[in-house]
Structures are given as C-alpha cells and as structure tokens.
Design a protein around this ligand. Structure first.
Ligand code: UDP
Ligand code: MG
Length: 323
C-alpha cells in the first residue's frame, strides 16, 4: 500500500463502474476546481471492473492530467468495496469520496476542506439538503432505512448523508485498520466517533449514463448495513419463534380438549394453515441466521472483498488499451 505523502493535501477518491458517459463531464467540472484549490491533490479513480470504455478513457485522460491515478479492480466488487480500495491507496492528508456521476457536486469539496481545517474536525459529511432530484421511492426508502439504522444500530448517522464525505488521515487509517467485510462506510465512519461537521448541498441529477445501483444492490446494501451493526433481526427471530411456540401450544390444547369432549375435528384447513405458518416462520428465522453465519464465514476466511489489478502509481505505463 502506498504510504501517505505529507505534502499531498487531498486525495479525491471516485469509484466508477461503467461510467464512460459521465467521465468527460466529471473531468470538465472537477479539474479546474481541483487545480484552483491551491493545494496539492491526487484523484484516485477506482475502476470497479468496468466493461465499457471507462478504462481506456481513464488512460487517455491520465496522459494530460498528472494528478489522476487509476486503480483498477479485477472484477466488479461493488460501490462500497471500490471506495474501500480507494481509501487503502489514497495518500493525502485528507480524503474525499464522491460518486462519478456528478450527483455530488464537486464544488462542495473546498468547503469541506476549509471546514475540516478551520474547525479541526476529522470528518465532514456532505448532507443532501435538497433531494428533489431523487425519485419518491428512493427518498422514502432512504428515510425509512436511516431511521431503522439509528434505532437498530444505535448509530448517529447524519440523516441524508451518503458517501460524499471528507475524512482526515487519522480517520482513513482507522477505517483501513478495520477487518470487517461487506462494510457500509456511511455507518462505519460515524461509529468511529471522530469529531465531525456537515456541509449541505443539493443532490443533482445524474449527469449522464444510468444508475449502477439496481434494486438488488440496494437490498444488499441494506442487509449489509443492518447485519453489520445490529443483532436485532436475530432477536426478532427469537421472538417470532416464541410467538409461534405459544400459538402452537394453544392449538395443541384446543386439539386435546376437542378430542376429550368428543368433537370430531374437520382438521385439514387448520393443519395446512399451521404447517404453512410454521414453515414460513422457520424459513425466515433460518434466513436471518444465514445472513449472520455468512458474514462470519466471510470474516473467518479473511478474503478481501476486492482485488487490485493495477495501480497507475506502481507502473505508470499505459495498460488499459489491452483491457
Ligand atoms: N459504482 C461502483 N460499483 C458498482 C456500482 C456503482 O463503483 O458496482 C459507483 C458508480 O459508478 C457511481 C457510484 O458508485 O460512481 C454510485 O452509483 P450510482 O450513481 O449508479 O448509484 P445511485 O446514485 O443511482 O444510487
Ligand atoms: Mg448516482
């Protein structure tokens, strides 16, 4: 892993998966801003196993932009893993992470940096004050989700803070030292407890291309968030089991009494209902258990969630033409 460079003020980590459409727009907006900041910086573009023109485009851009670094992952490993890879390799005294699609306006970066320096805070969260560009479904589900996480995980995550944030070197080192897998950084970082501040911004529409977050990936993120921070689902399964047990006992008593009193039970419907209900409860409980066992299994294997195929810092020659 590259060592931190003291004179390098800022690393800008950008995960990207098939972002050829938006990349030129991103560079047009980010570069003048970064160059005008009056501080040494690097941009760490984490190519999360893109299969479109992203790698070739990045190589081309790098020829004219010495501050651009390309970290290419071997396979598509997901947004969070891509950010983790960037954090591991970033060398700056501060690190900003932002999406490639310009939904997080880069103009906020200087504000984040100056807040961190003047207030001496370690983390500056970008908080979405205006989410009118998000769909109602996205806003609704996000709101519910953050509420659940605050309750279940007991984490004080600023509402409407995503993965647009600035972190000090100490924070990044702390994140990098964590062994856990499939971690969701927006909950991991507040849980570390570093002093923090916030900067508000309006979330913009994706500048080009389409979302790389289909519903399945969103569900995965939610499950990782909850299981990563809370045992509540396990307790829920226990309660569900208890409740099912009590209900079964009631039915059992009823059946015995009915038999003693000589009633003949029609039987079929109630049997089917009970079997189906119990089956469903057991499967649910098993599924919940499985999520945690899976996490433990992944942690035990200690296998990284991503593999770096290439870092332009290590071998600066053009490579991506062959990708
Ligand atoms: N991304 C990634 N790997 C993935 C999915 C997404 O690196 O497997 C990146 C993507 O290129 C973008 C950021 O994560 O820079 C956020 O994704 P996107 O904008 O598609 O998500 P949305 O804003 O729609 O939730
Ligand atoms: Mg986006």
């Amino acid at each position: 892993m590259p060592a931190p460079v003291p004179d390098l003020t800022l690393s800008i980590v950008i995960p990207m998966f098939n972002e050829e459409a938006v990349l030129p727009l991103l560079v047009d907006r980010l570069r003048p801003l970064a160059d005008g900041m009056g501080a040494a910086y690097e941009v760490v573009a984490v190519d999360d196993g893109s299969t479109d023109g992203t790698p070739v485009l990045l190589e081309r851009l790098r020829r004219e932009w010495p501050q651009l670094r390309i970290v290419r992952l071997r396979a598509n490993s997901g947004h969070q893993a891509a950010i983790s890879a960037g954090l591991q390799r970033a060398r700056g005294s501060y690190v900003v992470t932002l999406d490639a699609d310009l939904q997080d306006p880069p103009e906020v970066i200087p504000q984040m940096l100056s807040l961190a320096r003047t207030e001496g805070v370690d983390v500056v969260y970008g908080v979405r004050e205006d989410r009118s560009t998000d769909t109602a479904f996205k806003r609704g589900s996000a709101r519910l989700f953050y509420k659940a996480m605050r309750r279940l995980g007991n984490i004080d995550t600023p509402e409407d803070a995503g993965d647009y944030r600035l972190m000090s070197r100490a924070t990044v080192d702390a994140v990098n030292s964590l062994p856990d897998h499939n971690r969701v950084l927006r909950f991991v970082v507040p849980a570390l407890g570093f002093p923090s501040g916030t900067v508000g911004y309006a979330r913009e529409v994706r500048a080009a291309g389409t979302t790389k977050y289909p519903l399945a990936k969103m569900v995965r993120l939610s499950v990782d968030s909850v299981t990563g921070f809370s045992l509540a689902p396990l307790r829920f399964a226990t309660w569900l089991g208890l409740l099912g047990g009590v209900a079964a006992l009631g039915v059992l008593l009823y059946a015995v009494f009915a038999r003693v009193l000589g009633h003949v039970l029609p039987g079929w419907t109630s049997t089917v209902v009970i079997v189906a209900a119990m089956g469903a409860v057991q499967l649910l409980a098993l599924g919940i258990l499985g999520e945690y066992v899976g996490r433990m299994y992944a942690a035990m294997q200690g296998r990284p969630t991503y593999f770096v195929a290439h870092d332009s810092l290590d071998s600066p020659g053009p490579r991506a033409e062959h990708v």
